[in-house]
Design a protein around this ligand. Structure first.
Ligand SMILES: Nc1nc2c(c(=O)[nH]1)N[C@H]1C(S)=C(S)[C@@H](COP(=O)(O)O)O[C@H]1N2
Ligand SMILES: [Mo]
Length: 304
């Protein structure tokens, strides 16, 4: 981890990966920018994308978990228009060299955007494939300078009950909070997503900026982030704090460790139709080759 000097984006984005033209337009639009020279952008699929066919935009934006906007799967889309997305800032604090409130435009200005087609496995045993647009969280962490004592990263969602009807009720202990171990946060699969299907992130999917950690149950992928805190201690996570027997801190997708109230061995792919057979759930949601080494020697039934 670099420390002691101010990092420009060019210092932390060594790879020559280029986002698609559509993704670039989306991120530039999200940042309120005119956009750089589009002609120079080369479209290249990310090596981290799955070859599976993504779910439709209708499925991805119409079947959501975003309790701030309601608990029914159709509520978030219905209530999406209530949310004010501009201006948006993210407070970055705790064990970092350059704490502060970072405007979204600033965060996106130097980020190396890519399209990442990822599998998404909800702890409720349904799944989708989503073509996100985003950038690796490690880019932002390098830019703010992670201090040596930091071992975890905590995240918080916006609290704005007048715009988020779900927050007027004590469904969860607001703000929605999540966290990762620092090595999980630094992993190249872990992204901050600002769009999907090459367009600006719909509010119901966690606009303007949300976490995506594809090998963990969906509840770890916290939406509409306003705060990122580097800590020495494991951060409080909403679902884990509420029901720790059912939702662990790690929440790695694991077909061998059942939820106390249902099996995690199989999943229902959204959009498959009522006659489609359930699909077997894969260890680490199919990302074992990339992430299993993070948990070497850990008892995954104990650290669920
Ligand atoms: N702030 C916040 N983030 C959240 C949630 C939520 O209720 N509030 N739901 C989580 C759950 S359970 C899942 S499965 C995913 C769903 O993301 P999607 O609606 O984009 O598919 O978002 C996660 N992030
Ligand atoms: Mo979920």
């Amino acid at each position: 981890m670099s420390r002691g000097k101010t990092l420009g984006w060019s210092d932390v984005t060594p790879r020559a990966d280029y986002m698609t033209r559509r993704a670039l337009i989306a991120s530039a639009a999200a940042a309120g920018l005119a956009g750089p020279a589009l002609g120079q952008i080369v479209a290249a699929p990310s090596r981290y994308s799955t070859a599976q066919t993504p779910n439709t935009r209708e499925e991805i934006t119409g079947y959501n978990n975003f309790y701030e906007l309601g608990t029914d799967k159709a509520d978030p889309r219905k209530n999406a228009r209530l949310l004010t997305l501009k201006p948006w800032a993210v407070q970055i604090d705790g064990l970092v060299d350059r704490p502060g409130s970072y405007g979204l435009e600033d965060i996106l200005s130097g980020a190396q955007m890519e399209e990442r087609i990822y599998r998404l496995r909800c702890v409720e045993a349904w799944s989708m494939v989503v073509p996100w647009v985003g950038f690796e969280l490690n880019q932002l962490l390098a830019r703010v300078g992670v201090q040596p004592g930091a071992k975890y990263v905590g995240f918080e969602t916006l609290v704005r009950p007048d715009e988020m009807p779900g927050q007027r009720r004590a469904i969860l202990d607001w703000p929605y909070r999540e966290g990762l171990r620092l090595d999980e946060a630094m992993h190249p699969l872990t992204i901050l997503a600002t769009g999907l299907y090459g367009e600006e992130m719909p509010a119901q999917n966690g606009a303007p900026i949300r976490l995506v950690v594809p090998w963990k149950y969906g509840f770890k992928s916290i939406k509409s982030i306003v705060r990122i805190t580097l800590t020495e201690r494991e951060p409080v996570c909403t679902w884990n704090a509420m029901q720790s027997q059912e939702y662990g801190f790690y929440a790695n997708v694991n077909p061998e460790v059942d939820h106390p109230r249902w099996s995690q061995a199989t999943e229902r792919r959204i959009g498959g139709g009522i006659f489609a057979p359930r699909e077997p759930t894969q260890m680490f949601n199919g990302y074992a080759a990339e992430v299993a080494s993070l948990y070497a020697g850990m008892d995954l039934a104990k650290f669920y």
